[in-house]
Write a protein that binds this ligand. Structure first.
Ligand SMILES: [Zn+2]
Length: 367
C-alpha cells in the first residue's frame, strides 16, 4: 500500500522546526529514551539533559509513585546450569572457557561468565542478572531461569491457547515531542509513524485487528498510550522507536521488555524491588521480544544489540505482553540513510509483522 512517505521520503521525515526547538543530536545520547524511563533508573549522564518535555515526564513519574506496586519475593535465588540442562533435556554443559553452552537438536544456549549476556540460537538476550561462576557449577538467577529461559525453551507452554485478536501499535513520540533528531535532520516521530502504518496495513491485510495510539503527528502522553491499550482490550502492545547516540558510530537494533522486579535495567541504575503491571507478563514479554527482535534481524542486516530490560513507562504499565523496539540509530550516517529509504522501512515493517506472526503461531500449538 502506498503511504505518505514515497519518493519524497526525506522531505517527509524532516520537520522544519525552528532551530531553538530542534535538539541537535550531536553530544546528546539516547535522545529517544530520555522521555521514556522513570527517574530512578536514569543513568547519571542523562542528568545533563534538559528535556523539552521534562514537566510531562515528571507528571508521569509522579503517577508511578502512587501505583502501589507489590513487592516481589526472592528474585535472587539461583539455579545451576547443570540443573537447567537436566530440566530441559540437554546434555552436560559444554565448557568453552569464558562461555558454557547447552546444545540440543533444537536449541543452543550460551552463557558468558560474569555477564548478563546470553545467546539463544544466535540471538543476543540480556539477562536480568549476570551468570555467576563462583562455584563449580555456573548459576543464573531463578528469575532469569523462569522468565527468560523457560519461555524460550517451552514457547507453546508459555503462550499456547492464548487468543490474540487485537494488537496495539504505538509509534513513539509525536507532535511537539519529536523524539530523536538524527543525521540529515530526520525526525524519529515521523519515521516511526511511517513504519507503524506499514505494520498496520500488513497485519490488517491478514485479518488482524490493529489499533494505533496515534496515526498522525500529535502528542500522546505515555500513560495514555497504555490506558488506550487497556480500553481496547489489547492482546499485544508494540511500541516503535528509532535510536540516537552522541557516539555517531553506534549502530544496530535493540528490543526492550520490562525489567523484572528486583533488578536494575540493562542500562544500569539501581535495582527496583517493585513489580509493575507489566511484570505480570514477564515470560510472554520475553517471547514477544525474542520473536520481534529476530523478525527484524531476519529482514534487515543490522548489528544485534540484543533484547534488553528497562522500566519504560509504556512497558511497566502495559496491560498485556509488550515490547519497545529501537529499529536503528538515526544518529549514524549509514543507518539514517537507510531509514530514509522506503524499501528499508517496509523491510522493518515486514520484520515486525513476521515476529508478531511467529508469536501468534506459538499460541495456536496448544500448551
Ligand atoms: Zn523514541
Amino acid at each position: 500500500m502506498v503511504h505518505a512517505f514515497g519518493r519524497q521520503a526525506l522531505r517527509s521525515l524532516v520537520v522544519n522546526y525552528p532551530q531553538q526547538h530542534a535538539a541537535p543530536y550531536e553530544g546528546r545520547s539516547e535522545t529517544c529514551k530520555r522521555n521514556l524511563e522513570p527517574l530512578i533508573h536514569v543513568p547519571v549522564h542523562y542528568g545533563m539533559f534538559k528535556p523539552p518535555h521534562a514537566l510531562i515526564c515528571s507528571l508521569v513519574l509522579l503517577g508511578a509513585l502512587f501505583e502501589g506496586p507489590a513487592r516481589a519475593s526472592s528474585p535472587l535465588q539461583r539455579n545451576t546450569i547443570d540443573t537447567l540442562a537436566r530440566r530441559y533435556g540437554f546434555g552436560a554443559p559444554l565448557n568453552l572457557g569464558a562461555e558454557r553452552a547447552l546444545r540440543s537438536n533444537y536449541s543452543t544456549v550460551v552463557f558468558t561468565a560474569g555477564s548478563r549476556k546470553l545467546r539463544f540460537n544466535d540471538t543476543l538476550i540480556w539477562l536480568n542478572g549476570p551468570t555467576a561462576t563462583g562455584s563449580r557449577d555456573w548459576t543464573v538467577t531463578r528469575r532469569d531461569a523462569d522468565t527468560i529461559l523457560d519461555p524460550l525453551l517451552r514457547p507453546s507452554a508459555t503462550v499456547g491457547g492464548d487468543d490474540i485478536t487485537t494488537i496495539v501499535l504505538d509509534p513513539g513520540h509525536g507532535g511537539a515531542d519529536s523524539g530523536a533528531v538524527g543525521h540529515r535532520r530526520i525526525y524519529e516521530k515521523k519515521a516511526v509513524l511511517d513504519i507503524a502504518l506499514r505494520v498496520r496495513d500488513i497485519l490488517k491485510a491478514q485479518g488482524i485487528t490493529v489499533r494505533m495510539t496515534r496515526d498522525r503527528d500529535y502528542f500522546v502522553p505515555l500513560s495514555k498510550r497504555t490506558s488506550l491499550a487497556k480500553q481496547w482490550g489489547a492482546d499485544l502492545f508494540v511500541s516503535i522507536h528509532l535510536n540516537a547516540s552522541s557516539n555517531t558510530s553506534v549502530t544496530g537494533i535493540e528490543t526492550y521488555v520490562c525489567s523484572s522486579a528486583g533488578f536494575a535495567s540493562t542500562m544500569g541504575g539501581r535495582a527496583d524491588p517493585r513489580a509493575y503491571s507489566g511484570n505480570h507478563f514477564d515470560k510472554k514479554n520475553t517471547l514477544l521480544g525474542y520473536y520481534l527482535h529476530r523478525g527484524m534481524l531476519k529482514q534487515v542486516k543490522a548489528t544485534d544489540r540484543g533484547i534488553k530490560h528497562a522500566r519504560f513507562e509504556v512497558l511497566r504499565s502495559a496491560p498485556c505482553p509488550a515490547v519497545l523496539l529501537e529499529c536503528g540509530f538515526i544518529s549514524n550516517k549509514y543507518e539514517a540513510a537507510r531509514v530514509i529509504s522506503r524499501t528499508h522501512r517496509e523491510s522493518l515493517a515486514r520484520g515486525i509483522v513476521g515476529g508478531i506472526m511467529s508469536y501468534i503461531a506459538k499460541t495456536q500449538t496448544g500448551p
